[in-house]
Write a protein that binds this ligand. Structure first.
Ligand code: FES
Ligand code: FES
Length: 220
């Protein structure tokens, strides 16, 4: 081959395999992969260092292990030792023994786990306990006073608005929250308020009647 320092390989020549077992092509590929891996690793380490040094002022960081978390539940302060992944439902039921709120679907579908955050009904199975810090949490246990039930609870009893009872705490919390923001609801308002509360026993007509009754007794 004119101008080439090396003669062309003869068809009978064995493939290029040095005695070390490493070919030039293999060495270059390996070196390239090593360099790319090193650069990637350095990049990840830099990003991690940046994230650690960029803690937002005024923002409390939790985890990954358990931390002390202060929750205001039913008028009392509680300090719980929980991991940041703990849901509010688990914090209430497992750590505080407030088992009135029911975990039924555990995925935000049925509202059996409804509690209030500052009187707004939320699905506690879909709320992290750490997101409830600084809010007033009310559970079904905190709805009534020691001496008498909440008017919605009393009306549910009068109207026998339950069968198995699994949905009932969530239903009551949703209906009572409605009366907090709308003391004179129509049946349409009640239907809308419990539209996320699933009752497989089909007690809805009695839930509507009980809530209308409770609104009337509150007016009296
Ligand atoms: S248990 Fe929370 S929405 Fe069903
Ligand atoms: S009373 Fe049974 S699910 Fe509602």
């Amino acid at each position: 081959m004119p101008g080439s320092a090396f003669p062309p390989p003869s068809p009978d020549s064995p493939p290029e395999t040095p005695r070390s077992g490493i070919t030039r092509r293999g060495f270059l590929k390996g070196a390239g992969i090593t360099a790319a891996s090193t650069a990637l690793l350095e990049g990840v380490q830099t990003l991690r260092a940046d994230a650690e040094s960029e803690a937002t002022p005024g923002v409390t960081e939790f985890g990954p292990g358990a931390d002390s978390v202060r929750l205001h539940v039913n008028g009392a302060e509680h300090v719980l030792d929980i991991e940041p992944r703990t849901t509010l439902a688990d914090a209430l039921r497992l750590h505080l023994g407030l088992t009135g709120s029911k975990i039924v679907c555990d995925r935000g579908v049925c509202s059996g786990c409804t509690v209030w955050l500052d009187k707004i009904p939320v699905n506690s199975c879909m709320t992290l306990a750490i997101d409830a810090i600084g809010h007033h949490i009310t559970t079904i246990e905190g709805l009534s006073s020691e001496s008498e039930p909440h008017p919605v609870q009393a009306a549910f009893v009068r109207h026998d608005a339950m069968q198995c009872g699994y949905c009932t705490p969530g239903m009551v919390m949703s209906c009572a929250a409605l009366l907090e923001r709308n003391p004179h609801p129509t049946e349409h308002d009640i239907r809308h308020a419990v539209s996320g509360n699933l009752c497989r026993c089909g007690t809805y007509p009695k839930v509507f009647a009980a809530t209308l009754d409770a609104a009337g007794s509150r007016r009296a």
